[in-house]
Design a protein. Structure first.
Length: 648
């Protein structure tokens, strides 16, 4: 049915266009039309686990708004993350991504923690995130908050180089029916239907269904492998928000997900069938009370046919209160994980033991102390986390925010933190006994004695309102790593060991300029330098220093122009430059092939037409400068799509 609906989107859109002219001509407010002062006053929750004005956060915070996602032409959440300085995004397949912050980018990026509404979607089995599983409709997302740098004090292990928190819209903001249809040369068919409403005066709800089909013909994934890459996904989700008479609130959300895909592998394409579901509930007390409480619980289930499945149960309690000049946040959490792995990563890995049952618990506290009449803030905290493999992990941090005197907003902040990465099941128990895409692979053994790797980080940031309508956000960092994974060789077999150390440093800049309400110009630039070395070791080591040092681009830059013409037209262009890398994200890291990916420059374009608040037609072009590659041999082709949105 979806293919029929989008097979001729032009004729359908033209029919609706003429019927829409009679609708209300009042434009919906666009976030791009807000002033700089209003934009930097957006409250974020990911930096402090409590609402805080963005400009007052003592961390490298960046917010991707829903308007940013729409007007940049982003089709997926991964596309939207390209707008964030310090974030590396590389497409590996038609719906498979490698995403990291401040380096270490590969398919299983293990130093980035990702959440949706505070629910962790980082998977313990292979590390990283199965991004296709969480490709939410842009219209259901309120914003994406990105913390560059350690976030382990509040969010726990694996929030080493950054935290991404995807925050969905309150159900009260999505009343009424909504329909979106799209089609293009890679996004072959996309259909979204959402219905929201109210159940009485205190309860709001929405139900959303998303179906999409992506396909790219004759993709080169390996010198020997050229095949079609295709996937068809279906998401059915809901959210209910209830406000009690005492002003406390309850949010309940859930989703059912199915995916059928065909991946190019040798000697024949691999069929992948995924099923998943989650159920989440969060209760929060009256936000105006002296003492705030919140309780969150969720259950998350994922199954890949003939390969693996897992289920996660999670409970978290948090309390916040103000004592004099101190804003205190503390809480505890407990997570229980069960998994069963028949095989993993396209059948290339075997796990021993096949089944595990593990628990993770934590206790955290953070204090923000206001000094010097609200111009100096000292923030300290720590989280102690217990797991069954590396046992207790202490992750402290200290931050200082200084609001400099003067008429304009000028904030200077400093931070020092420790964070850890706890080995995944793949690193501890996964042995490579077969082969995956690429050259023949040597035998790799898991190491149950593998220890965690840790990071000591120092950061400095500066934010200022340079002039009316011109905002600068700059940060610099130094990261010192110890206990990174390399491979020792023993009688022709490789074993993971904590045998690499090193450091990285960099600078991240973001600028924003507004010319009235019709033109918004935003840019970002980041520089990353990584230097690694091997530890002294009893057995020979596989030298992967070059592989790690050159696995992420040294320089990245973006420039966005959002323009409003008249009452209905939008023209938006996003250009980006990505430096060269030497990497192969899908290859066995014990024997990475020498693969050099050239630097590239490309741009995306979005043209929007919205004659009324009930109708919008968009044309989106991506990678319009021609073919390019990122990390692997996967070929990025220029793509185009047409999208029709109707609010009934």
């Amino acid at each position: 049915m979806l293919h029929v609906l989008v097979s001729n989107p032009f004729s359908l859109s033209m029919m609706l266009l003429f019927t829409s002219f009679s609708d209300d001509q009042e434009r919906m407010d666009r976030l791009a039309q807000l002033s700089i002062e209003e934009l930097i006053s957006i409250k974020v929750v990911s930096a402090d686990k409590a609402p805080r004005v963005l400009s007052d956060s003592a961390a490298a915070v960046f917010v991707v708004t829903r308007e940013d996602m729409v007007r940049s032409g982003a089709i997926s959440l991964a596309d939207a993350l390209r707008l964030v300085p310090g974030v590396q995004v590389a497409r590996i397949g038609v719906d498979v991504w490698a995403i990291s912050v401040r380096g270490f980018n590969e398919l299983h990026a293990d130093k980035l923690l990702v959440l949706i509404d505070g629910r962790t979607i980082y998977n313990h089995l292979f590390s990283g995130v199965f991004w296709p599983r969480f490709d939410l409709p842009v219209e259901d997302v309120a914003r994406i908050e990105v913390i560059r740098g350690p976030g382990s004090t509040l969010w726990g292990a694996n929030a080493v180089n950054g935290v991404i928190n995807i925050i969905t819209r309150h159900a009260s903001e999505t009343h009424g029916p909504f329909l979106s249809l799209a089609g293009g040369n890679i996004e072959r068919g996309l259909g979204i239907f959402r219905y929201g409403g109210a159940l009485g005066e205190r309860t709001d709800y929405r139900v959303s269904a998303l179906s999409q089909f992506r396909e790219q013909k004759a993709v080169a994934f390996d010198p020997r492998v050229r095949s079609d890459d295709e996937v068809e996904d279906f998401h059915l989700s809901f959210r209910v928000d209830h406000r009690f008479e005492n002003e406390s609130s309850l949010m309940v959300s859930g989703e059912k997900f199915n995916s059928h895909g065909r991946r190019p592998t040798a000697p024949a394409p691999l069929q992948i069938d995924d099923r998943a579901a989650y159920l989440q509930a969060r209760w929060q007390s009256d936000p105006g009370a002296d003492v705030g409480h919140s309780v969150q619980v969720y259950i998350d289930y994922f199954k890949r046919e003939r390969e693996f499945d897992w289920v996660v149960y999670d409970l978290e309690y948090q309390q916040d209160r103000q004592v004099g000049n101190h804003d205190l946040v503390w809480g505890f959490g407990y997570r229980h994980i069960e998994d069963d792995v028949v095989r993993g990563l396209a059948g290339g890995f075997e796990f021993a033991p096949q089944k595990t049952d593990e628990a993770v618990s934590n206790l955290f506290i953070q204090d923000r102390w206001t000094l010097r009449e609200g111009r100096l803030f000292l923030q300290w905290g720590a989280k102690i986390e217990h797991n069954e493999f590396t046992h207790e992990e202490l992750q402290p941090s200290a931050r200082l925010l200084w609001k400099l005197p003067g008429n304009r907003e000028r904030n200077l902040w400093f931070a020092a933190s420790r964070a850890v990465h706890v080995p995944s099941r793949l690193e501890r128990d996964g042995g490579l006994m077969g082969r995956i895409v690429g050259p023949p692979s040597p035998t790799v053994e898991g190491n149950p004695q593998l220890d965690s790797s840790d990071l000591i980080a120092a950061e400095i940031g500066y934010r200022t309102l340079l002039t009316t309508g011109f905002w600068l956000d700059a940060s610099t960092f130094y990261h010192d790593y110890d206990g990174l994974v390399d491979y020792e060789r023993d009688r022709g077999r490789f074993r993971r060991v904590n045998a690499m150390k090193g450091h990285s440093s960099g600078v991240e800049l973001a600028l924003e300029w507004h010319h009235g309400k019709w033109w918004r110009l935003a840019g970002s630039l980041n520089y990353l330098n990584m230097e690694m070395e091997l530890e002294d070791w009893d057995l020979p080591l596989r030298d992967l220093v070059d592989f790690v040092e050159n696995g992420s681009p040294e320089i990245q830059a973006t420039l966005r122009s959002y323009m409003n013409f008249g009452r209905a037209w939008q023209l938006d262009i996003t250009g980006r430059y990505v430096d060269s890398v030497v990497h192969a994200a899908l290859a066995n890291p014990v024997a990475p092939p020498p693969l050099s990916i050239d630097a590239y420059t490309t741009f995306d374009m979005h043209v929007g037409y919205r004659p009324s608040r009930r109708f919008e037609l968009s044309l989106v072009g991506r990678d319009l400068a021609g073919e390019n590659r990122e990390i692997t041999l996967y070929e990025h082709e220029p793509s185009g799509s047409v999208e029709l949105k109707i609010w009934f």
